[in-house]
Design a protein around this ligand. Structure first.
Ligand SMILES: Cc1ncc(C[n+]2csc(CCOP(=O)(O)OP(=O)(O)OP(=O)(O)O)c2C)c(N)n1
Ligand SMILES: [Mg+2]
Length: 230
């Protein structure tokens, strides 16, 4: 993936007819894939508290999601995805207030930065792509991922990858239109797999994140009063 793309997405709870509906809408199944994600943070969850999410995905390497202009806003989220290791290391040092670690491998700075494994789970994913009928331009193409985690939680996401903030409103409009065509209730939000994992298996960490999020000031003009952890 190109460096620093912005991932705009909306999660939803898939039903038994979701794949059939995707086919009816002209979606094509790109692949079915299974992968393990391992997330890392400090014992105090300093990264997650700063809305940064560091993971290693088996066979595809390191990724750091950092909040975009909106972060979590209403029913959608907007994150920058960093995948180049020197860029990830530089951002980790910035967020954790560390100096002098150079710009090497992520694995080499885990120890010095106090980062350790906080969650690890396997996801089975069917990945769909779709161009909405009635739109002249082909970009941004929408992706729909239907995930089931090995601890029994299923979640879908409608997603667009864009290069700059100016493209976000159009992407969002398409995401909301497709969500509605898939029968997703307008007010529905669904938590990320990692959040459900923490809630089930690390309830104290989950509570800590909830507390930090509920004490944060929401940006003006956002309409969702719920905690952003869904
Ligand atoms: C409602 C809500 N959503 C996301 C967040 C932030 N967040 C929580 S966990 C988390 C990290 C995991 O992101 P997610 O999109 O769930 O991972 P996944 O779909 O497996 O990876 P992909 O293949 O799409 O890269 C984030 C950004 C939040 N605070 N609140
Ligand atoms: Mg996602």
């Amino acid at each position: 993936m190109a460096q620093g793309l912005i991932e705009v997405e909306r999660k939803f709870l898939p039903g038994p007819g979701t794949e059939e509906r995707l086919q009816e809408l002209g979606g094509t199944l790109e692949h079915r894939v299974t992968f393990r994600d391992t997330y890392y943070d400090t014992p105090e969850l300093s990264l997650m508290q700063a809305d940064h999410w560091l993971r290693r995905r088996e066979d595809s390497g390191w990724e750091l999601k950092c909040p975009g202009a909106a972060g979590v806003l209403g029913h959608h989220t907007e994150y920058k995805e960093l995948t180049a290791e020197p860029t990830i290391v530089a951002q980790l040092c910035k967020v954790l207030g560390a100096d002098g670690l150079g710009a090497g491998d992520v694995a080499a700075v885990l120890g010095p930065l106090g980062l350790q494994e906080v969650a690890s789970f396997v996801t089975k994913r069917s990945a769909w792509k779709l161009v909405l009928l009635g739109t002249d331009e082909e970009e941004p193409q929408l992706r729909v991922d239907l995930d089931t985690a090995d601890f029994g939680y299923a979640v879908g996401e409608v997603e667009a990858l864009v290069h700059e903030e100016a493209e976000v409103p159009t992407a969002l409009e398409k995401i909301h239109r497709l969500s509605s065509m898939l029968g997703v209730p307008a007010q529905e939000t669904a938590p990320a797999k990692l959040i459900v994992y923490l809630q089930r298996f690390r309830p104290q960490d989950y509570q800590r994140l909830l507390e930090v999020n509920s004490s944060k000031q929401r940006p003006q003009g956002t309409e969702d009063p719920d905690n952003c952890l869904g």
